[in-house]
Design a protein around this ligand. Structure first.
Ligand SMILES: NC(=O)C1=CN([C@@H]2O[C@H](COP(=O)(O)OP(=O)(O)OC[C@H]3O[C@@H](n4cnc5c(N)ncnc54)[C@H](OP(=O)(O)O)[C@@H]3O)[C@@H](O)[C@H]2O)C=CC1
Ligand SMILES: O=C(O)CCC(=O)C(=O)O
Length: 429
């Protein structure tokens, strides 16, 4: 390693500052020995390209002024513009947004989309604010990050607690500031604004497609398979419904309001309605409540974490009895837990592959916006399925070649693509 790389890291890049960014750095370290001569560029992956922290001052409905902290991080743009969602959550930190941006770089490259990785967030509990307040916060945030986003620079999308309406406000604000309607600046928009059919369900559908492929590879018929799902929002709710419709039994679901269980299988359509009406899974029809920790010890065929990072850790990994884990969430498994699960022989489909369906249909949306020519939902779902199958087979091929887990294989494939692009682009303007 060159002596220049031994300079002290900026504090926010220090692996000693644990948190999601530390987890990502450890994942990169684990894959570096497999990168061959491209390992010389690996430091590129350990530093985000651009980090923007913004203050968002907003007048609340009662006339007081509140300030929120917002972020937009572009981790890597070697293969194309930055791409990644915007999260509204009270626990959002810079470390988290940096890790989420980096996982976007890896994800886009693992599926071979022409994007780099980016992510954004606002440290806010959106449940405490009115729709009008959220609109003002979103518009101010968009203006503040407006100089670094754009259809050829960085394209936001929905993530936790953001949705098509959030994207509509972002698109409108960006367009007003540009003086031209610019639909391609965000994806996950409403259909009336150039959104793509199939985007809302795309991440959950991708989880279902690769989860089904993993089940087949492990000799588990989806029909009758027992499935536990943590997080019952966009990703977890859709994945649960698709597995349910394919004949699987969703035996337990957990969100913030509680954990519900039925060994014969929950009625997922009624559960979705219950969540819509009550705001959470607690008290779902035909279910018994479990305490939150019991969820992790349930005997199940497939476990789908679809909430937040770090949910599977040293403290609960040993109790997990699933045969397959399909990571709908970003970063749900810590590296320590990953080792425990691998030692137990549990087959893991990693986040950067399992939840890539969302960004894949975002790519379709971006392409449709540029050509102003829109595809049918069947075409979109068929293309999504094809791309997810291709990515799954190619990562499984790398795993077999190197005798490594799917996570390591996905990182090998993705980091090699990113660093090859970095190398051939050269360094100087
Ligand atoms: N939306 C997308 O297209 C994509 C999302 N992802 C990832 O998928 C995950 C879920 O995102 P998404 O479904 O969009 O988000 P949503 O906001 O739609 O849903 C999040 C779900 O997780 C639950 N949850 C949050 N924290 C906890 C917790 N500590 N314990 C149990 N449940 C919890 C929420 O429950 P409650 O409402 O009770 O808080 C809610 O059911 C995130 O990691 C996200 O980054 C990845 C790729 C694309
Ligand atoms: O659709 C996108 O562009 C990004 C979705 C996202 O944030 C993710 O995959 O984690």
């Amino acid at each position: 390693m060159s002596q220049h790389n031994t300079h002290a890291l900026p504090s926010y890049l220090d692996p000693g500052h644990l948190g999601p960014w530390g987890i990502y750095l450890e994942q990169v370290d684990r894959v570096t020995p497999y990168l061959g001569r491209q390992a010389k560029w690996v430091e590129t992956l350990k530093r985000p390209k651009r980090v923007l922290i913004v203050d968002i001052p907003v007048e609340l409905d009662d006339g007081t002024i509140a300030h929120f902290e917002g972020y937009r991080v572009q981790h890597n743009v070697s293969r194309g513009p930055g791409k990644g969602g915007v999260r509204y959550h009270q626990d959002v930190t810079l470390s988290e947004v940096m890790a989420l941006a980096a996982w976007m770089s890896v994800k886009a490259a693992a599926v071979n989309l022409p994007f780099g990785g980016a992510k954004g967030g606002i440290r806010i509990d959106p449940r405490n604010y009115s729709r009008a307040e959220l609109e003002r916060i979103t518009r101010r945030y968009t203006s503040e990050i407006g100089s670094i986003i754009g259809p050829h620079k960085d394209i936001p999308a929905p993530d936790v607690n953001t949705n098509a309406q959030t994207m509509a406000w972002m698109m409108d604000t960006y367009s007003m500031n540009q003086g031209a309607t610019t639909t391609g600046v965000v994806t996950g928009k409403p259909i009336a604004l150039g959104g793509s059919l199939g985007r809302v369900e795309a991440t959950g559908r991708g989880v279902f497609v690769v989860g089904t492929a993993a089940a087949e590879q492990n000799g588990i018929p989806v029909e009758g398979a027992r499935i536990c799902v943590q997080g019952f929002g966009n990703v977890g709710g859709t994945a649960a419904r698709l597995f349910y419709e394919a004949g699987a039994k969703i035996v337990a679901v957990q969100d913030h309001t509680g954990t519900v269980h039925n060994a014969s299988g929950l009625d997922v359509l009624r559960l979705l309605k219950h969540v819509e009406e009550t705001g959470g899974v607690a008290g779902a029809p035909d279910s018994e409540p479990l305490n939150a920790d019991e969820f992790w010890g349930l005997d199940t065929d497939i476990l789908i974490p679809a909430a937040l990072e770090g949910q599977i850790h040293e403290g609960n990994a040993d109790r997990i009895r699933a045969r397959i884990i399909v990571e709908g969430a970003n970063g749900p498994t810590t590296p320590e837990a990953d080792d425990i699960l691998n030692d137990k022989g549990i087959f893991i489909v990693p986040d950067v592959l399992a939840n890539a369906g969302g960004v894949t249909v975002s790519y379709f949306e971006w392409v449709q916006d540029f050509s102003s020519f829109f595809w049918t939902e069947d075409e979109i779902n068929a293309r999504l399925e094809r791309m997810m199958h291709t990515a799954y087979s190619s990562v499984a091929g790398v795993a077999a070649q190197h005798k490594v887990s799917l996570r390591t294989a996905a990182f090998i494939a993705a980091c090699s693509r990113i660093l090859e692009a970095r190398e051939v682009r050269g360094l100087y303007p």
